[in-house]
Design a protein around this ligand. Structure first.
Ligand code: HEC
Ligand code: HEC
Length: 311
């Protein structure tokens, strides 16, 4: 074997050892392995009854009291308070319920209605003295499991009317806590356009005030997620959203209960805002490779031609 080939073999050998041996080992030491269950929520019980959406509607608007705190735009119901007032009352603005039936797991929704802090995995933060701001549903006089199933069926029915956009998925699942500067989103909602600077400054003051209240509620201000898609790996993000406690034990961020499809939508929005050039980059990739292939062939033919004259 000639010398160059031996050197090449040595280089290839050590590159592969580093690639498959050392790097994954270092990674496993620095990031603990977190199991990913594809948003299955195995700890929550399956629904015990088949729901009736018509009865569910009555409960959501009536005994369930959901519309006392949440809006349902799909049913033409605005939220009972504006965002700033809701944040002052609860710590965050309760999300509109139009899409929850499409984005959240049904077992999770049922568990949330019966015991919010348990479903959200924030029982370490709340207790009788400091109750969770969303009240638990204790039943309307009938079989509570049937009543909960009815409400879930109703929420699923209204959510099936239209496809949920990635942006709407983000707003429902993350937007009450996390701002996204690159998308002009704050905990107060979409930032309006202002004609006068005076109004813009006044609005900014209102946002800062709301953020102080979210911070007081959560213990810290949830980070802006504009570029999180580039700062954190896909693996970290999905396991973290599936169960924040698995990555950050004791964190105040709740498990939001997204289904796998719901999470995909949220991730798509994070990508569209935080890494808008990704599709262009990906479509450019194969063109660059094609260019290199053609260039290599030409270079090789050219070399052949030159050398053939020298011999
Ligand atoms: C007293 C006010 C109040 C009532 C009544 C109420 N909620 Fe809520 N709800 C909230 C607040 C506040 C939050 C956000 C809390 C947080 O994020 O820490 C919330 C959050 C939610 C979420 C989002 C959870 C997630 O996974 O992201 C859903 C879904 C929800 N409520 C559904 C309901 C339904 C269904 C009912 C009726 C059975 C209901 N709520 C009744 C105040 C209320
Ligand atoms: C009820 C409020 C709330 C909701 C809803 C919420 N988060 Fe959070 N999130 C927090 C808080 C508080 C922190 C800071 C956690 C900490 O440091 O303990 C946080 C932290 C994070 C982090 C940073 C983790 C890190 O260490 O880099 C990411 C990423 C994140 N959230 C993503 C999301 C996504 C995606 C959603 C929606 C699917 C979401 N969050 C919904 C409150 C929330």
């Amino acid at each position: 074997m000639n010398k160059e080939l031996k050197i090449l073999a040595v280089v290839v050998f050590f590159t592969l050892v580093t690639y498959w041996g050392v790097e994954p080992f270092a990674h496993s030491q620095m990031h603990k392995h977190v199991e990913f269950n594809n948003f299955a929520y195995k700890d929550l019980p399956a629904l015990k009854a088949k729901g009736d959406p018509a009865k569910g509607k009555e409960l959501v608007m009536g005994a369930g009291a959901c519309t006392g705190c949440h809006g349902i735009k799909a049913e033409g119901m605005a939220s009972p308070m504006d965002a700033a007032t809701a944040i002052a009352s609860y710590g965050v603005n309760p999300p509109d319920l139009s899409h929850v039936g499409a984005l959240l797991d049904e077992k999770f929704l049922a568990a949330l209605i019966k015991n919010p802090a348990h479903a959200l995995k924030v029982e370490h933060k709340f207790n009788d003295k400091h109750p969770y701001p969303m009240t638990a549903f204790f039943g309307a006089g009938g079989d509570i499991d049937q009543e909960v199933a009815d409400m879930v069926a109703y929420l699923k029915q209204i959510a099936s009317k239209e496809e949920v956009t990635p942006k709407a998925a983000y707003e429902m699942a993350c937007g009450r806590c996390h701002a996204m500067r690159y998308d002009k989103w704050t905990q107060l909602g979409e930032t309006p356009k202002f004609k006068y600077e005076k109004d813009e400054v006044a609005y900014k003051a209102k946002v800062l005030d709301a953020q102080d209240k979210v911070k007081a509620y959560m213990g810290k201000l949830p980070p802006d997620l504009s570029i999180i898609i580039r700062a954190r790996s896909e693996e970290f993000l999905k396991t973290f959203v599936e169960d924040p406690q698995s990555q950050l034990p004791g964190t105040a961020m709740p498990r939001v209960g997204l289904t796998a499809e719901g999470y995909e939508k949220v991730e798509k929005h994070l990508e569209e805002v935080g890494d808008p050039s990704k599709p262009a980059r990906e479509s450019l990739g194969w063109k660059v490779i094609l260019y290199f292939v053609i260039f290599s062939i030409l270079a090789y033919l050219w070399k052949q031609k030159i050398w053939s004259k020298l011999h």
